[in-house]
Design a protein around this ligand. Structure first.
Ligand SMILES: O=P(O)(O)OC[C@H]1O[C@](O)(CO)[C@@H](O)[C@@H]1O
Length: 526
């Protein structure tokens, strides 16, 4: 029996407020720092590790966090979720994205269907479809092979799949498994669709229309945009488009597509990268085997998330430290800083994943909470970010906890030695330097050049960003966010906050406006 209580009603949370704050600068200096780097590390799937040496924790804080995890019943709540409880209370839905990559607990039957079987069946369907496209069994009207796949979708139907594609594109080229180039159209800005269409050969392109609801204005508009372009090129859109949607959406009933693959209402858009939403495009681009390795990495990480011991559960630990930083140390934001160019869109995906999930002011029963919830998430790959916003991170008035990600090896392997080091070594040297610079700072008589230090970070370190590592990385953040939602007692799986803007935009387009809305409409010439 789990109890859903607000964070501030938990005795262990009150205890945590009284635990002495760690002097990070002192802790990370000299031998003590070296010892922490060795000790404060949790193994992850795919040979990666979550290292939290540079966080403001010590054994006392960790003990208090372990008690919080226990009292908040984090492991039990995760169990409830993967065994099919109605965790998404707002929409009265189960939350089943982990089932797309493995069976963690009991069989989940919903609407008379074994849900694991349903997801596996869809995987088989889009894998077979991708193989037929690659083999030239499914071809265009002229009997020629398709060479490009273009995904049309927005939010969760774009950000995750796009970030995952970009993360593996060069790895796939290097490993000779890039089957089709992928492009993405998301914005309703006509320049997005037009630019992508100008950059592809439409006659040899398959378009994957992705919308869970089948009602998203941007996506339906871009579908028409693409259909128009296909017709103008003398092509039959029905021979170039596939759909990924939920079985209950209006798109599911349409015969306008070459094929349709399904997810369901139990997978939130932002958690859908491992469902058909990511699966169709990634299998077309890289082949089903690569997608299977990606799922394997996620499944292994999901299993680690089951661990009741926070020191063996990287997601639970990361979540607890994040809540400690947010609710006790008072930090407002978190920066995601992958030292990997391949992860260039990963921070954008995490913005949606985290902020759409935990940007809530009421608990799962609709009652206002008396504490802060999800932080502002932003980020850029290093080292680029260092030459952009790190000034504020090092010397600004806000302390922003940092989430670094780094790999020992590059994906392509082409490198150059300049002044005795390779570019990969320079990249890794920079992330090591930044962690210590943020934690330890540097004293200077000139206050303008003084670094206070005491700025916390963690790092996930892997050998190389390959499909398995990527799956594990994705699952890490999905599960971290889930655990934080449990701690804050919010429903992380709905997103009512996106509705109002959509309603008002419809009114503007229908010229049903007054007051400020009318003035802005006039200013923008609508
Ligand atoms: O896949 P759909 O239903 O088109 O939704 C796209 C995105 O729009 C949102 O509903 C937000 O407006 C996201 O939660 C979702 O990922």
């Amino acid at each position: 029996m789990v109890n859903w209580n607000n964070l501030d009603t938990l005795a262990s949370f009150q205890t945590l407020t009284n635990v002495k704050e760690v002097d990070l600068k002192a802790a990370m200096t000299g031998e003590s720092g070296a010892d922490r780097v060795k000790r404060y590390s949790v193994p992850m799937a795919a040979g990666m590790a979550f290292n939290y040496a540079a966080k403001k924790v010590d054994d006392d804080v960790l003990e208090a966090l372990a008690k919080l995890a226990e009292e908040a019943q984090l492991a039990e709540k995760y169990k409830e979720l993967y065994n099919g409880a109605v965790i998404n209370t707002g929409e009265k839905r189960l939350v089943l994205h982990q089932l797309t990559r493995g069976q963690l607990g009991e069989k989940v039957v919903a609407d008379g269907v074994d849900k694991r079987e349903f997801y596996v069946e869809q995987q088989k369907k889009f894998s077979e479809f991708a193989e037929k496209v690659h083999a030239g069994e499914i071809v265009n009207a002229a009997g020629e092979k398709f060479t490009t796949v273009v995904q049309i979708g927005i939010g969760g139907s774009d950000l995750g799949p796009r970030a995952m594609y970009l993360a593996l594109e060069n790895w796939a080229k290097k490993n000779d498994t890039l089957k089709m180039e992928a492009k993405f159209i998301s914005n309703v800005d006509p320049d997005d669709a037009a630019a992508v269409l100008n950059s592809v050969d439409v006659a040899h392109s398959i378009f994957v229309l992705v919308s869970k609801s089948g009602t998203t204005l941007e996506t339906l508009t871009n579908e028409s945009f693409v259909k128009d372009a296909l017709k103008n090129a003398g092509l039959d859109p029905a021979k170039h488009m596939i759909a990924v949607t939920s079985e209950t959406s209006p798109l599911a009933k349409s015969a306008d597509y070459l094929a349709a693959f399904f997810m369901d209402d139990y997978i939130g858009g932002r958690f859908s990268s491992t469902s058909a939403v990511g699966g169709a495009v990634l299998s077309l681009a890289f082949g089903p085997d690569v997608f299977a390795q990606f799922l394997e990495g996620a499944a292994e990480e999901d299993k680690l998330s089951m661990n009741e011991n926070i020191l063996e559960n990287p997601e639970m630990l990361d979540a607890l430290i994040g809540v400690y930083e947010r609710n006790i140390l008072g930090y407002q934001a978190t920066a995601v800083l992958p030292y990997s160019q391949a992860l260039s869109r990963f921070p954008a995906h995490l913005q949606q994943l985290d902020m759409e999930s935990n940007g809530k002011s009421v608990n799962r029963f609709g009652e206002p909470v008396n504490y802060v919830t999800g932080p502002v998430i932003f980020g850029e790959p290093g080292t680029n970010g260092q030459h952009s916003f790190y000034q504020l991170l090092h010397q600004g008035t806000n302390i922003v906890p940092l989430q670094f990600v780094g790999f020992k090896n590059s994906q392509i392997g082409t490198d150059v030695v300049i002044e005795d080091s390779t570019s990969q070594q320079k990249l890794c040297a920079n992330v090591a330097a930044q962690i210590v610079a943020f934690a330890c700072g540097k004293e200077d008589e000139n206050s303008n050049k003084n670094f206070e230090g005491g700025r916390p970070s963690s790092i996930i370190i892997g050998d190389q960003l390959d499909p398995k590592a990527l799956g594990a990385l994705l699952a890490h953040f999905e599960n971290k966010i889930m655990f934080q939602g449990f701690l804050w007692n919010v429903n992380s799986f709905d997103q009512e906050g996106v509705q109002l803007g959509k309603v008002l935009a419809k009114r503007v387009l229908a010229h049903d406006t007054d007051g400020a809305l009318k003035e802005y409409s006039d200013l923008l010439n609508i």
